[in-house]
Write a protein of this length. Structure first.
Length: 407
């Protein structure tokens, strides 16, 4: 295991953590039982996702040979996991640029992407379980005609469209079957925010050049780790206990610039899973050291309604030595390490609870471990809080009001 958890600076006694281990054990049993709805992601890394991996890799190779640009149409879990990984991870083989559309309603962003599609050989990948998500459907209806114009017919355009959707139902599944799109399915028992290790996440990653085989191996290693019986649940327990003790916000502090978009994925994962029935920590993310120069003052002396979770990559991929000036001879990594330790000591002196999550290096295998760890920790925290981690009834309210206005 390369993911390590330190809860010594949370202010929570070890005895309080130990007292909750039986409850976290029950939560893990529920997750692994196969009886809980929408828990198909739990055993995914240990078998199911490997079964379709060769197909995904072969399809990714075909995309890279045919296209100059891969445009993913998706929102929420249909794009966040893939985009975060593409920004975070090194590419081990040749890939092509992956662009995301359908994740907002910004006219300028649409227009910029349309102009790029007009200039480059493009393959579309539309990701939606239902096919009716407004942003995704809108993007698809705007972009499809561009392929028809470029390639001369709907039949030729259809050869350059990939649909990732429900296996049996929904408007996108019907269209994929009717038009003959290349298609893959998101398992019915996996929700969007837990779908990063399904084709929705793996295909765009593979097209970009990420070593998805190593990523899945890392996730499988985390899933099967015996340390779930000891200290891997400590993060979930501390999050739950700190919420019970009055903390309302979790600052997730990403101490590596390439992890910035991982924070967006975490916000959906935590927010949709835990923010129910008046419960849940408000997840927000910071990138260090950048955001210390805007939020450092608040962290040090602002309202103490928050906990901190620091995600640290201990080993840099390269060493860069400073040639002159006050820090001459030191490496950037040494400065970063001093920054992390300085923040911890300064905030600890103010009594701020801090959880440290360390990974050795930022590569595909450890990133896979991290993804699975965060998914499981989130689910356990929600279960301890007595809420269902896998539904999102509140999301439908704004959609209903929006459709009233549009109608």
């Amino acid at each position: 295991m390369n993911i390590r958890i330190n809860t010594d600076k949370t202010g929570i006694a070890k005895s309080d953590i130990e007292a909750l281990r039986p409850e976290t054990g029950k939560a893990l049993d529920r997750l692994w039982s196969g009886n809980e709805p929408m828990t198909g992601w739990v055993q995914l890394p240990t078998g199911a996702c490997h079964e379709g991996l060769e197909y995904i890799l072969n399809l990714a190779d075909a995309v890279k040979n045919e296209a100059e640009l891969f445009v993913v149409l998706g929102i929420g879990g249909s794009y966040l996991g893939a985009k975060a990984a593409i920004e975070a991870l090194p590419k081990y083989e040749r890939g092509i640029p992956v662009k995301f559309l359908g994740n907002n309603l910004c006219t300028d962003y649409f227009w910029e992407t349309i102009e790029e599609i007009k200039k480059k050989k493009t393959i579309l990948c539309v990701i939606s379980k239902s096919g009716n998500t407004m942003e995704v459907r809108t993007a698809f209806e705007i972009v499809k005609p561009l392929l028809v114009d470029r390639y001369g017919s709907e039949e030729e355009a259809a050869k350059r469209i990939i649909a990732i959707t429900d296996a049996e139902k929904g408007s996108l599944r019907e269209e994929a079957n009717e038009k003959g799109y290349t298609s893959m399915s998101i398992p019915a028992d996996i929700g969007g925010r837990y779908s990063v290790l399904t084709p929705a996440g793996l295909l765009p990653m593979a097209v970009s050049g990420i070593d998805v085989r190593a990523l899945l191996s890392g996730a499988a290693e985390m899933a099967g780790s015996p340390e779930w019986d000891t200290d891997l649940t400590d993060y979930a327990i501390c999050r739950y206990l700190l919420q019970q003790r009055g903390k309302e916000v979790e600052f997730i502090e990403l101490c590596h610039s390439r992890l910035a978009y991982l924070g967006e994925w975490i916000k959906q994962l935590y927010g949709e899973s835990e923010g129910k029935e008046g419960s849940g920590l408000l997840p927000t993310t910071l990138t260090f050291s950048t955001d210390l120069h805007s939020m450092g003052q608040y962290l040090q002396q602002g309202r103490q309604i928050f906990m901190e979770t620091m995600l640290v990559v201990d080993e840099p991929s390269i060493q860069l030595t400073i040639p002159a000036g006050p820090q001459e001879g030191k490496t950037i990594a040494e400065l970063s390490e001093a920054m992390v330790k300085g923040v911890i000591e300064a905030h600890r002196a103010e009594g701020i609870p801090i959880v440290e999550i360390h990974m050795d290096r930022l590569d595909a295998a450890e990133y896979g471990q991290l993804l699975y760890y965060l998914e499981t920790s989130c689910a356990i925290t929600a279960m301890l809080s007595g809420v269902n981690p896998f539904d999102q009834p509140g999301v439908e309210s704004y959609k209903a009001e929006m459709h009233k206005l549009l109608d």
